[in-house]
Design a protein around this ligand. Structure first.
Ligand code: ZN
Length: 387
């Protein structure tokens, strides 16, 4: 079986007067989204099961931004709220998936600068805490901003998020000088990763090499960008791999940035359906990022773990989990005002049992989320009763 995953890095409007084709208001972004959720796109180019395309929305959280020359949504929840609020019902109706995309802020604080240093700031933990405490959301799939990953990010993901669609291996122009003045490979490198549509568990010492970590890395190159285009040869290779009996994900990504995205997606779906007709013996389906990854790694969907939070000794919270886990829970703390949102330290005190660090003064809520091996996410919430 071939699973076709279409990722959209959902980032909202960008105001760049030099590039009028870039959607510069939510109204213009909504115009594109209206096309992406339209029957015209969703009922064309059906898969071998007769179903139309589904999309996987990797919603961006920008945080830690001090300079914002292109007026990007930068308050960490704005893009999520816009997508989940304005388009949540349409996502559910078409069977789409909602996941997470994160740009590590540059030390200079500019919203439009890339950063390859995962360690200089840890606002990713705060952003995830905010999404979990305030919106009850936790992602099973991740895409790195600028596809920028290193071993630090790889090890951070390994604790909590089972499926990583950041890999853009293949015929990429790694030496193209990007807008920051540096070649792409100086901050984004997947040149050593498999490019034959094989997915892999990464190596502890090299995120680009297959190894023994639990997380799954899936290739998801640009559909059409200055550094990579998804060719018919790429599509053919995915069908050929599936035809050989290897469960395969054919994934690609686009942005919610230009009106032409709708045309590019329609063209890609038509090309994939055409390849499907050339391989009548290969069953293929459109899948969400989670469903595609679950199908190739485990086979069938497993139930989400069941989490529970209760008061623990010494002013701590006790977190327990039943059922299979991908790795361990992400536990977040919040105060009543909305100022404190942070990840809690966790000490394992038995199989499926953890204690948080002592809760800080003013903690009003403890929330936990954990993914199962196939990405089904269980959550729990505990309101702290103050003495
Ligand atoms: Zn991005």
């Amino acid at each position: 079986m071939l699973h076709v995953v279409t990722a959209i890095d959902a980032e909202g409007p960008i105001v760049d007067p030099a590039k009028p084709d870039i959607l510069d208001s939510w109204e213009r972004v909504d115009g594109l989204l209206g096309r992406l959720f339209s029957p015209a796109l969703r009922e064309a180019a059906p898969d071998s099961l007769g179903h139309g395309p589904v999309l996987s929305w990797f919603v961006l959280s920008l945080w830690g931004v001090r300079h914002n020359p292109y007026q990007r949504p930068a308050n960490s929840l704005e893009v999520f709220d816009r997508y989940a609020g304005r388009w949540g019902r349409a996502m559910a109706a078409w069977g789409d998936g909602l996941y997470w995309h994160y740009h590590q802020p540059s030390p200079c604080g500019a919203a439009n600068r890339w950063c390859a240093d995962w360690t200089h700031a840890d606002c990713y933990d705060e952003v995830l805490a905010r999404l979990l405490v305030d919106r009850g959301f936790f992602p099973s799939c991740f895409r790195a901003g600028g596809r920028i990953e290193d071993n630090d990010l790889s090890h951070w993901l390994e604790e909590i998020i089972p499926f990583d669609y950041s890999c853009c291996s293949g015929a990429v122009d790694w030496d193209r000088v990007e807008s920051c003045g540096e070649p792409l490979r100086a901050f984004c490198d997947w040149s050593r990763a498999p490019s034959d549509w094989s997915w892999y568990h990464p190596d502890r010492d090299d995120y680009q090499r297959p190894g023994a970590m639990r997380r799954t890395v899936l290739r998801c190159p640009d559909l059409a960008s200055p550094v990579h285009t998804l060719t018919d040869r790429d599509i053919e290779a995915a069908f050929a791999r599936a035809a050989s009996g290897a469960p395969t994900v054919l994934a690609t990504f686009e942005h919610d940035r230009r009106d032409v995205t709708a045309d590019r997606l329609a063209d890609a779906f038509a090309r994939i359906a055409s390849a499907g007709r050339r391989h009548p013996a290969v069953p293929w389906r459109y899948a969400t990022a989670q469903a595609g990854a679950a199908a190739v790694t485990v086979g069938q969907a497993l139930p989400a773990p069941t989490l529970d939070i209760a008061p623990g000794p010494g002013g701590r919270a006790r977190v327990t989990a039943a059922g299979a886990l991908f790795n361990r829970p992400f536990v977040a703390l919040g105060d009543a005002s909305g100022n404190l949102r942070r990840r809690a330290g966790l000490a394992c005190v038995g199989r499926g049992k953890w204690l948080t660090d002592p809760l800080p003064e003013g903690t009003a809520v403890v929330a936990a989320a954990a993914a199962g091996p196939t990405g089904e996410v269980g959550t729990a919430r505990f309101v702290v009763i103050k003495a």
